[in-house]
Design a protein. Structure first.
Length: 173
């Protein structure tokens, strides 16, 4: 009985200090599958109708290393959603670093392949579209770059919670 009362006393003191809460931990982007999150966020961006999709998206390649343009007609929304995920996980990041993230293998025929950066224009236009939606903002620090705004972080967490709920419902059946 003595050990039980001391355990309760310790739990009460921890609750007082804020270490033990009754709330469930919130779901973030890092807790869900990245593919499911990007698909869900792309659907949200398309449904909102606020993303300005350039006219050239149906004929443009995403990098010099690509042979063809993307097959998916909604690829611009998917790229915007993937950029939001990158900004969420990495924090502040610039366009040059994002071209390295989305770069790939440049196949040069019989010569050896080399790494090639992605198109800066595609990334720049996608970030501008997200800035117009107030999901991304320019970082005012000495390094520059872009970062996720408070509204962008809130929307990403909300979509992640919806994706987690949907995946647990599918697993539960």
């Amino acid at each position: 009985m003595f050990a039980c009362s001391s355990l309760l006393r310790n739990a009460a003191s921890l609750r007082y200090l804020g270490a033990v809460t009754r709330e469930m931990p919130s779901i973030t982007v890092k807790d869900v599958d990245q593919h499911e999150f990007v698909v869900g966020m792309a659907a949200f961006l398309k449904k909102s109708g606020k993303v300005n999709v350039p006219e050239w998206t149906d004929i443009a390649k995403t990098g010099i290393y690509k042979e063809l343009c993307p097959n998916d007609p909604d690829w611009f929304y998917i790229r915007c959603a993937a950029l939001l995920r990158q900004l969420y996980t990495r924090g502040q990041i610039g366009i040059g670093r994002l071209t390295q993230v989305y770069g790939g293998r440049y196949r040069r025929g019989v010569r050896p392949s080399h790494f090639c950066h992605a198109s800066t224009s595609v990334i720049r236009k996608a970030l501008r579209a997200l800035e117009q939606m107030k999901l991304v903002e320019k970082d005012t620090g000495d390094k520059g770059g872009r970062r996720l705004s408070k509204q962008g972080r809130r929307d990403c967490d909300r979509i992640a919670a919806q994706v987690e709920k949907k995946s647990t419902m599918l697993v539960g059946k």
